[in-house]
Design a protein around this ligand. Sequence first.
Ligand SMILES: [Zn+2]
Ligand SMILES: [Zn+2]
Length: 123
Amino acid sequence: MLFDSNISVAVRCMDCGVFHIQNVTLFDLHKSDMHSMSCGCGKDIIRLKSKECKTFHVYIPCEICNKEHLFTFTSKQVLTKKMRILECPASRAELAFIGNRQLVEEVVTKYEKDIRELIDVLI
Ligand SMILES: [Zn+2]
Ligand SMILES: [Zn+2]
């Protein structure tokens, strides 16, 4: 594969509120059936699965709904210069960001800054 098959995924652990960024390649996903990420607290935060590198499934356990949400994309949709926001369909809470690494990192930095500012206001 000559094209850039790197995807960045950022997910927030609903228990700790910490963002986790991970870079995955479609090759990684192809090698294993299920690629899962867990937080330092032991909570599973996301599971990724790719079917023959064509479709891409993202499973995110949602604390709000108490169930797992499934998002499906084609690899073309994820391997772009854009970034996608994965929202809880019920509460519209942002669960994860996926796509171009630079954009994902920018958005996470912004979110962390916002959260810090919010904490400053509360204190
Ligand atoms: Zn956690
Ligand atoms: Zn939900």
